[in-house]
Design a protein around this ligand. Structure first.
Ligand code: F6P
Length: 747
């Protein structure tokens, strides 16, 4: 409407001005016409009275002449009439003949404007008609017409002109508004079509206006750049934020449907002492994907494992999360105790987990676990298909629990873009070859459009494994595997955390965190604090960490009574014997070391086996002088990155196992081999004696890296690759990608 007003107002103004200018012209014109009419009437009267007047003048019958004139003056337009003889001496006329008009003044009044006279009644028109007899001038007949009707008519004409222009203005405005609206709509649709790369409205227009295509391309690029806030297609130049991610979805994937599938759900509803509680699981996968889902919305399909999960879902098993301000939804998949035992505890965590981690725990493969694993993967695939609103959603499959899912989804939704991320290491082909169902697992994963690992090393291991196990074509130039008529891009996407962490806004000061942690564990002032936060998992190197603390006390006794290591272990997979045994070993070792070095209220190790929510975890990180991540083998390890993120004071030291993916990105940490106890003890000593300047230098670089290579970049890079893949697919589909050589027909 505002746009239309911009056209209409000037138009109305112009029409008003024209109307204003036209008014005097119309006045003049009508006056001219009326004067001409009156001249003709006067002539008519003169012709009519010629004969009787000549006779009466010859007869000098002046009273009869007056009577004749009075009769003529009965006409409402004729105001007065008179006659002057040829000498202009004698005058005969009606009574009301204007006194200002005398026979002697007739010469003057005979000229142009002089024929109009003003009177009390209004303007009068004077017409002089010569009267001849036998070729000689007898006198002049003076006919005076009342012109007051002209004024009335002029007023009337002005009214007509006004309404005419008003009507014209309204009509023109209406036409303008309608045409402007139609053209605007057409233009908008055309531009949208151009930006979508579809030409102007109709495909024919694309042919008709090929010259507009480069403009459309430029426009699209510009819009994309404006939306994403970057000026380059080089993703390394992008500042990665939730907004960037949303912009990618809008610009590159045009808001397409995103489905995440994982075993672990991001919010678990439990009943504790009759009260409904929401827990955030200790999971790197959840840490990474939750902020992505908050930024992109969509649906996260996961196992409903909480004791109160069923209470809060709707009739489609969905629940909006985060609970206080839902941004996306979880679709829960229910598993029976037997299914969970076989699929999760059995095949996933007693089979694949130790198979993929070099932690020297022997994998256990049971046929019945495998059957459950297959069945549950099918169940998840069904949920994906049911949740999908389109034929080609983007499905983000997470981790080793769902290795068969990509192929199962591909079978149902051939046009889906399936991005699978393997959060744990991939073993070398030799190690993998012990898996009885290795070909099924590989074929399942190769249903993906993109398959991601944290490190180049794991990408290589996977490609080597496929090369060895399957009849597949492996292109090592592009890292693409072609199998069963489809290809999968195998790529490296190092995972990370959100930056800044969501909790950062509510963090207490470093001093408050230190005070809180000291108070909680009765750690005296002056005693340095070490921290470790992990799931109670044998891959995390917790025993090795404790051994390093013990060795530190042996080699550097100055730390006796002056250093306490706080270890938080979230219970995990505790139904598995290996995990139970591991927990027992961890507890026993902590007790042994504490018993050996205990001095009064001081002990070297504080072991807390319980789940801690993110605010508490960050409180520990902020309180610590040193954090030790000693995984024996880890895909990435996000605890290391969380510790770095927590230290906005650029203090504290990070000791990091060389067997984590994180060690490749954070070489400024003190990188150690967790199996080398002396080296780890030395790292503790180095960390605890490190100058604040060195701490700042190291932390500063690490924080810069985690900030830049945050989780939005991790997801964004995968989504950008998916978008490119979808675009290529659209181009290749109609014609195919293989160019067939032309052949001359045989004569
Ligand atoms: O490391 C693989 C992984 O899936 C992580 O993403 C996560 O930290 C952990 O395992 C979760 O384990 P679970 O879901 O068995 O508790």
């Amino acid at each position: 409407m505002r746009l239309s007003l911009r056209f209409v107002l000037p138009l109305l103004l112009a029409i008003g001005l024209v109307a204003y200018a036209v008014q005097p012209l119309v006045d003049q014109l009508t006056l001219k016409w009326f004067v001409r009419d009156l001249d003709i009437r006067a002539q008519l009267i003169a012709n009519t009275v010629q004969e009787p007047l000549v006779d009466l003048v010859h007869a000098n019958a002046r009273s009869k002449i007056t009577a004749l004139f009075n009769r003529i003056a009965e006409d409402e337009r004729v105001y007065a009439i008179g006659f002057c003889d040829a000498q202009r001496r004698q005058f005969t006329g009606t009574r009301n003949f204007p006194a200002s008009v005398g026979c002697d003044s007739l010469d003057r009044s005979d000229k142009g404007d002089g024929r109009l006279l003003a009177s009390a009644k209004g303007p009068l028109h004077l017409a002089l008609e010569p009267v001849h007899t036998d070729g000689a001038l007898l006198g002049t007949l003076v006919v005076v017409h009342d012109m007051s009707f002209v004024t009335r008519r002029s007023e009337e004409t002005k009214r007509y002109v006004f309404w005419f222009f008003a009507g014209l203005g309204a009509l023109v405005s209406l036409i303008t508004v309608v045409v402007a609206q139609l053209s605007w709509r057409g233009w908008v649709q055309g531009t949208k079509a151009l930006l979508r790369g579809e030409g102007l409205l109709r495909p024919a227009a694309r042919v008709a206006m090929p010259e507009l295509q480069p403009l459309a391309r430029d426009l699209r690029t510009l819009m994309h750049e404006l939306e994403t806030g970057y000026r380059s297609r080089d993703e390394s130049q992008i500042t990665w934020t939730p907004e960037t991610l949303r912009a990618i979805l809008r610009a590159d994937l045009r808001g397409e449907e995103i489905l995440v599938v994982s075993n672990r759900e991001p919010y678990i509803h439990v009943r504790r002492d009759g009260r409904l509680e929401v827990q955030r699981p200790a999971s790197g996968l959840v840490t990474a994907l939750e902020p992505i889902m908050r930024a992109c919305s969509g649906t996260w399909i996961a196992h409903g494992s909480g004791t109160a999960d069923r209470e809060v879902v709707d009739r489609h098993d969905r629940v909006g999360v985060p609970p206080d301000k839902p941004r996306y939804r979880i679709r829960r998949v229910w598993l029976s105790a037997e299914e969970e035992a076989g699929y999760y505890y059995g095949f996933s965590n007693e089979g694949l987990w130790p198979l993929c981690h070099i932690a020297h725990v022997r994998p256990i493969f049971r046929a019945e676990d495998w059957q459950r694993y297959v069945a549950v993967n099918r169940r998840f695939a069904k949920a994906v298909v049911a949740e999908s609103r389109s034929a080609n959603p983007i499905v983000l499959v997470q981790d080793y629990h769902l290795a068969l899912l990509p192929k199962l989804v591909r079978d149902e939704l051939p046009d889906a873009t399936i991005i699978t991320f393997w959060h744990i290491p991939w073993p070398n082909p030799e190690a993998f070859s012990i898996l009885p169902w290795r070909q099924e697992v590989l074929a399942g994963l190769l249903g993906s459009s993109i398959l991601g690992f944290h490190t180049r090393f794991h990408v290589n291991n996977f490609v080597d494994t496929v090369d060895r196990e399957l009849e597949a074509r492996v292109d090592r130039e592009t890292f693409t595997v072609s199998y069963g008529g489809r290809s999968t891009a195998v790529k490296r996407y190092p995972i990370s955390i959100e930056w800044p962490p969501a909790e950062a806004a509510h963090w207490p000061s470093i001093a408050d965190c230190r005070a809180a942690v000291r108070a909680r564990y009765a750690i005296a002032e002056g005693v340095a604090i070490g921290v470790g936060v992990d799931r109670m998992d044998y891959t995390k190197g917790i025993l090795e960490r404790f051994s390093a603390v013990e060795r530190l006390m042996e080699l550097e006794p100055q730390w006796l009574g002056r250093f306490t290591f706080v270890q938080i272990c979230a219970p995990t997979r505790s139904r598995i014997e290996e995990y139970q045994a591991f927990e027992a070993r961890v507890r026993a070792l902590a007790e042994k070391i504490n018993a050996r070095f205990q001095r009064g209220p001081w002990s070297p190790i504080v072991l807390r086996v319980e789940h801690a929510e993110p605010p508490e975890v960050y409180e520990h990180f902020r309180a610590a002088d040193v954090c030790f991540v000693s995984s024996l083998h880890d895909g990435m390890n996000l605890v290391a990155k969380e510790f770095v993120a927590a230290r906005d004071d650029e203090r504290g030291a990070l000791i990091l196992s060389q067997f984590t993916g994180a060690a490749r990105e954070l070489p400024e940490a003190l990188v150690v081999n967790p199996y080398d106890t002396d080296q780890c003890a030395a790292a503790f000593h180095l960390a605890l004696t490190m100058s604040t300047g060195e701490q700042r230098d190291r932390m500063h670089i690490m924080r810069g890296l985690v900030r830049e290579f945050n989780v939005y970049r991790w997801a964004g890079r995968m989504l950008l690759d998916a978008a490119t893949m979808r675009r290529r697919g659209r181009i290749a589909e109609p014609a195919g990608t293989t160019v067939v050589p032309l052949r001359r027909e045989a004569p």
